[in-house]
Design a protein around this ligand. Structure first.
Ligand SMILES: Cc1ncc(COP(=O)(O)O)c(C=O)c1O
Length: 400
């Protein structure tokens, strides 16, 4: 039997999918489960966007496109980046892909060399694909801890300590998955100040939740002096317009655009043309539905945070963006005799029928930060009320 490569054997994944399989198995076995696992809007894609996709199919616009995307979409994205961030970005700086996710790997591949000891700094807890793409592409992962006491930001001094001559890339994510935290302007300026002392460092600014901000302002690091040239601005349609399955993301960076384009030529060739026309409509068309979804997320955020803070042994900060809540369950674990957040999660699922993810699904637990679980509140008001009610009963019932 031929062997599987070491690289494939050790490839990381999104553990959310593993938990999801567990949840689905329980549902198939007839259990009643309320799930807060999935990081995708629970709304249909707005009708005008659906219509644009149908028109593309009917109009014969369904063949390959240039790898970087159709001109109309690259223009719409450049205009959108100008509108939302006030940045001068040309359509030729923009590359369109099958979701924002592939650009994480392409950016690591375009800024580091395999096995050369090139380091990439990224947030922990964080989107697990950062870690897996850094490792599989032969770079050195350098996690930086997010702290609850800093509203889930890292300490810029820790960043300064971690940068070495080998640091090639810094990944930032604001608003953040899994904590919902936002990097405020003052922190972003402190980060930029440090980076100015290290001109070899690129920035991958994961701004996929940039339009789901409920408090404070969204700040792109690319808007700070000297940062645009070195920042890969990453955004997409998945979260803002409820288009996760359409697979449409995009990045902007003048110097790297040709290389990111060539990676796409080597892999998926181009994003689906149908989704590209849908994205043109998403960006250029009316924003009423996107605003409505955002307003509903805000209401749900307020509801879930209030309810979670009423659960014995649980405290939850109010996240500034995205659609995740990241409650601290350290005391609740102690109360019910759970060794850690993962045992808490498993028991919450099997004994209370509530599915969430645990902190360890987003990287190694940060020492001294306690135990956390993640709720995606891309779920109905009824599900939130019922789910958190079940969780409160579960903790009360099991308190020793
Ligand atoms: C932080 C972060 N970046 C990127 C992505 C990927 O988005 P897309 O669906 O556009 O590939 C996600 C999706 O969950 C995410 O949470």
């Amino acid at each position: 039997m031929p062997a599987v490569s070491n690289r494939a054997l050790h490839l990381g994944t999104e553990n959310a999918f593993v938990v999801l399989a567990e949840v689905n198995a329980r549902i198939r076995a007839g259990h009643d489960v309320i799930s807060f696992c999935i990081g995708q809007p629970d709304f249909p894609t707005p009708g005008n966007i659906q219509d644009a996709a149908v028109a593309a199919i009917r109009g014969g616009k369904h063949g390959y496109t240039p790898s970087a995307g159709i001109d109309e979409l690259r223009q719409a994205i450049a205009a959108d980046i100008r509108r939302t961030r006030g940045l001068e970005v040309e359509p030729s700086d923009v590359v369109v892909g099958a979701g924002a996710k592939p650009f994480i790997g392409y950016s690591v591949l375009s800024t580091t060399d395999y096995g050369a000891g090139d380091e990439v700094i990224y947030p922990n807890p964080g989107f697990p694909i950062y870690d897996s793409q850094i490792r599989v592409n032969g770079a050195v992962p350098v996690p930086i801890s997010l702290r609850e006491s800093r509203q889930f930001n890292f300490d810029p001094n820790e960043l300064a300590d971690r940068i070495t001559p080998k640091t090639k890339l810094l990944i930032l994510n604001s608003p953040q998955n899994p904590t919902g935290g936002i990097i405020p302007r003052a922190e972003m300026e402190a980060i930029a100040e440090i980076l100015r002392r290290h001109e070899q460092v690129w920035v991958f600014a994961d701004e996929i939740y940039g339009r789901l901000v409920y408090e404070g302002e969204f700040v792109s690091i690319a808007t700070l002096p000297g940062m645009l040239e070195r920042t890969i601005i990453s955004d997409g349609c998945s979260k803002t317009w409820a288009m996760t399955g359409w697979r449409l993301g995009f990045v902007a960076n003048r110097k790297l655009a040709p290389y990111l384009t060539t990676w796409i030529t080597n892999t998926e060739s181009c994003a689906s043309q149908i989704s590209q026309w849908a994205a043109v409509e998403a960006l250029n068309g009316p924003q009423t539905e996107a605003k409505r979804m955002r307003d509903i997320f805000l209401q749900r955020r307020d509801l879930i945070v209030k309810l979670l803070n009423g659960v014995p042994g649980v405290t939850c900060q109010s996240p500034g963006g995205a659609f995740y809540a990241w409650p601290n369950v350290t005391e609740a674990c102690r109360m019910i005799g759970a060794a850690d957040s993962e045992e808490f999660r498993k028991r919450l699922l099997s004994e209370a029928g509530v599915a969430v993810l645990a902190d360890i699904h987003f990287g190694p637990r940060v020492q001294g930060e306690g135990q956390h679980i993640r709720f995606s509140y891309a779920a109905s008001t009824e599900a939130i009320e019922k789910g958190i009610g079940r969780m409160a009963d579960f903790v009360r019932r099991n308190t020793r």
